[in-house]
Design a protein around this ligand. Sequence first.
Ligand code: ADP
Ligand code: MG
Length: 751
Amino acid sequence: MGAFDWFWKAMGSGSSRNQKRSIAITNDAAERGAELAECSQQELNERARAALSGGELKDPVEFLAVLGEASQRTLGMTPFNVQSQAVLRLLEGDVVHMATGEGKTLVGAMAATGFALMGKRVHVITVNDYLAQRDAEWMRPLVEFFDVSVGAIAEALSPEQRREVYGRDVVYGPVNEIGFDVLRDQQIVDRSEAVQAPADVALVDEADSVLVDEALVPLVLAGNQPGAAPTGQITGVVRGLKEKEDYTTDEDKRNVFLTDQGAHKVERALGIESLYDDEHVGSTLVQVNLALHAQALLHRDVHYIVREGKVQLIDASRGRVADLQRWPDGLQAAVEAKEGLSVTEGGKILDTITLQALMGRYPLVCGMTGTAVEATDQLRQFYDLRVSVIEREKPLRRFDEADRIYATMKEKNAAIVEEIALLHATGQPILVGTQDVAESEALAEALVARGIEVAVLNAKNDAEEAGIIAQAGQVGRVTVSTQMAGRGTDIRLGEGAMEGLAVIGTSRHRSSRLDNQLRGRAGRQGDPGLSLFFVSLEDDVVATGGAGEQITAQPDSQGRIEQKRVRDFIEHCQRVTEGQLLEIHAQTWKYNKLLADQREIIDARRARLLDTDQAWQELSQRAPERAEEIAGLGSREKAARQIMLYHLDSAWADHLALMDDVRESIHLRAIARETPLDEYHRIAVREFKELAQRAVDAAVETFNEVRIDETGAYLEDYGLARPSATWTYMVSDNPLAGGNSVVRGIGNIFR
Ligand code: ADP
Ligand code: MG
């Protein structure tokens, strides 16, 4: 019995009416499938379209039967009844809970084809480039069987290629690229430059990762502009500072503070009176703080690696290099300076959007994951989505062992190595899930010292990630990986791996859902398997969830603790951290939601300016004389549009920056007044009202003064050029991902 089987049963009763209906439909569909073997492709196509006519699912039995037949012909897979049930649930807009290895890729493609046949454009959203491409290519024969076009977005595509792919009916794409394209499309000054076409449905794979774990990760679009980076001198001075004496860090290593002694040292070395003088606060002090942050809180090979002379961020939760991600500029430059690399140019944040707000743009969101049930509350609260549990095709045969609990981290780590050695001696393949890259490396080292060969999945070999994880089920393999590494890759058991895959978690995560993501890697499709977690009383989840509570335990000579009381305590700690995560998510979203709503208003305004002659209308009303002067130019509407959009975008960027500042300081301001959130809302609403007016006023001024000829407005002559280059990154500033909090503390020094 799996740890969650009881949960499934409990959930099943909630949606049993739907379940019974869809089970009946899928049984009928399987029967009807037998009649279809003789049908031509064209006949099947016509029958599928008839079953979905008028934009709705008229005849689910017919639809599933036809799709099943097509799947058999094109992919050699006949959908299992459970898969067909899941397809129906997706078409109704649910998140389906379906275990790892049960064939969600096919389910997603069948549902996407169904939506497309209803005349809807679908984005099938994945967690990375690799999966988008793999799934699009794998499923292409099925989708195209119905004359539905399909393609995949990848980071490497040019704008022209993206435009072409987004024009297709079914678009597979990694969530960050899709979001970056939304942001870039918000900077265009001519509709023909847009790459995205409107989509009706987001079908999200690994839905809990995208919709919950990474929901509040902001995607950022930045443009070039020289920024404040620490000088070589400052970097040198900071390098000489000592922890505890010259600076201190807070408990969770997210903020660093100069002590008085440290400040004096810096002042002496730089030959200045006081860092806190007006002339230094906005410049020198910022640079010192950046250099100090880079030095004290960001560690090479933990938070970033240096490859080919460049600093590359490690996404701690995935344990892989986060391509095209940067820290906010000053910090990126500070880390480059610390490493003695050439410092890249600074920039200005043009726009940001969180994944949660990105999802809010789709009229319909549905999704699939092996750990949806555990995210039921979040999915309902934040997306108004319901979870549908789909039974396994074959019963689960994985054995979930009780946690092994140790007093100290040291004893726990020793026991982990022992356990792996023991299992490995039997030949059973082992997948070890660690919390971060540093832990992966340390563990791998310890195992190698024991003569055990290991494959490590981390930032340094991300290209091979999927290949390595696919091999993790071979006899004698030991694979060490961080949580997300290789997610979505099928782990098939090798010949002779009779006991199945053993999954070992080196600690419990802050949410049991993340534990279950890892567990789910073993025991796929009725395979045997084992899962086992190690915990110590010094672990993060205990420290955070059990803060302030004392627990006495009687460890044995190896430090192992068996008392039920302690076991219960650890469960309690995890429930506390789960509650904290939900609370943080809810709170943070309250701040983000308002900006998301305001962005919608900006979007609508932007679309009007782009698609109509409104810019010209407004400007010629406000500045009739100037309008008269250029009325004869064919470019008058274009010029007006360029000017209006420039000021609208720039006002929006300023608004985002301002609201960021407000958020950083709101707790100070709000003392003895309203609650911080009310105060924040009040300011956001007030500023937003002025934003619109300011943008128009500035546009009128520019319109009156700027040179305009047949080619348009010469904004650059006026110091109003758009950035000549932009880049994108995800701020791993995610309060929800336990280990993924590298840059959480920088807000107050950077923004
Ligand atoms: P999931 O995303 O649910 O973890 P995948 O879509 O990666 O699962 O599929 C896992 C494996 O199951 C793949 O190797 C796939 O070929 C196989 N599979 C899925 N559906 C079927 C089916 N109906 N018949 C046979 N094999 C299937
Ligand atoms: Mg999958």
